[in-house]
Ligand binder design. Structure first.
Ligand SMILES: NC(=O)c1ccc[n+]([C@@H]2O[C@H](COP(=O)([O-])OP(=O)(O)OC[C@H]3O[C@@H](n4cnc5c(N)ncnc54)[C@H](O)[C@@H]3O)[C@@H](O)[C@H]2O)c1
Length: 342
């Protein structure tokens, strides 16, 4: 376990006292949450192992601006490492567990590895939460738990979960684990089912960033299927609003929420929107549908609207503008450590 000790910088704000532990806080979604919490004056501890699924330098860059912030502590450790957990200092109001091995297609090649991190790792974090008496546990689940369920838009109380990949199954299993811990140990377990998150710092294996970089470089984009598959794309800023509200949610001991947009676009429409934003025509490299891919995702967000006050506001056009602005600050494509597809 490696700690990054902090050196307080003159003029930085003094933390207000609420403390959060964010696993996976160096990643795409996690680093946006860390930004937000530090701005609000939280004490934030990140546990992340800088997993090489994509270049760890990208993740270090995500957190670079917080080095030296008095409210920020980085612990470089694997969430499965129970010895490391016992050494984590401090007490926390809430855990936001985002660390996971992501990626539907890559999970087909290493289902055991995905299960070890996404289920075994979640169990280790839950055990630590119980041991430390931490009452609030917010967990990153996924729209993929619904899989090929044809009853769209998907509602959280639909019992028909038909995960179509090892990754999706790990998310179902982790939710079940959390439910058991809520019943047995009295911690509050909130599963947030994220829907196709995009925006600045998006993972390089995901379609928006991958396509945009290739289009800007004049390269063809790999399109699986005929472009008719539909996704409920959700801007990362809206997702962070939902995560933040879930951190304060106390009205049930166990609850799942869809954090989506409730507005779907086909892959073809998404590429057209990217073309308009980038001012570049995409050249399609047509590829067959991939195992594990699902034809559509579509969130019913009524529950999150009602109980979390979650109201996604960012249109695809505005979100792509933000993504494009960020890409301009990162002109070089960052290499993937492993070949992985969106
Ligand atoms: N991005 C999306 O569209 C999306 C959709 C649904 C669900 N999710 C879930 O949201 C969470 C965050 O996703 P993201 O897109 O930000 O991915 P990401 O890969 O950018 O972030 C995940 C972070 O977890 C860390 N991590 C991985 N394995 C770890 C381990 N064993 N120990 C400690 N840290 C580890 C990684 O280093 C990384 O920083 C994940 O749980 C993912 O499954 C994401």
């Amino acid at each position: 376990m490696i700690y990054q000790e902090n050196e307080a910088k003159a003029g930085t704000c003094i933390p207000s006292g609420r403390a959060a532990l964010v696993t996976g806080g160096a990643g795409f979604i996690g680093s946006h949450l860390v930004d937000r919490l530090l701005r609000e004056g939280w004490q934030v501890t990140v546990v992340d192992n800088f997993d090489p699924y994509y270049d760890p330098a990208v993740k270090r860059a995500n957190l670079a601006s917080h080095r030296g912030h008095p409210g920020f502590l980085l612990i470089e450790a694997d969430v499965r490492d129970r010895e490391a957990w016992w050494e984590v200092p401090g007490s926390y109001d809430v855990i936001v567990h985002l660390a996971a091995r992501p990626g539907v297609r890559a999970s087909l090649e290493d289902p055991e590895g995905y299960e070890a991190v996404n289920v075994g790792g979640t169990r280790a974090v839950l055990d630590w939460a119980v041991e430390r008496g931490i009452r609030q546990f917010v967990h990153a689940s996924s729209s993929s738990v619904y899989g090929v369920n044809p009853n769209v838009p998907w509602r959280e109380d639909d019992p028909l979960l038909l995960p179509a990949s090892p990754y999706a199954r790990t998310k179902v299993q982790a939710e079940e684990l959390g439910r058991t811990y809520a019943e047995q140990y009295g911690l509050r377990f909130i599963a947030l089912r994220f829907f196709s998150v995009y925006g600045p710092r998006q993972r390089p294996d995901l379609a928006f960033t991958k396509f945009a970089r290739r289009m800007l470089a004049g390269e063809p984009i790999p399109v699986y299927g005929d472009g008719s598959s539909r996704r409920d794309y959700t801007y990362v800023g809206d997702i962070i609003e939902g995560v933040r509200a879930a951190m304060d949610f106390t009205d049930a001991s166990c609850m799942a929420f869809n954090l989506g947009n409730c507005h779907t676009h086909s892959l073809r429409e998404m590429i057209e929107a990217l073309e308009a934003e980038l001012g570049v025509a995409a050249r399609w490299q047509r590829l067959p549908e991939q195992p594990g891919d699902v034809p559509q995702t579509w969130a019913d967000i009524t529950r999150a609207e009602r109980l979390l006050g979650y109201h996604p506001r960012t249109s695809l056009r505005d979100g792509l503008r933000e993504l494009h602005a960020w890409l301009r600050t990162r002109p070089l494509p960052l290499p993937l450590r492993k070949p992985c597809a969106a």
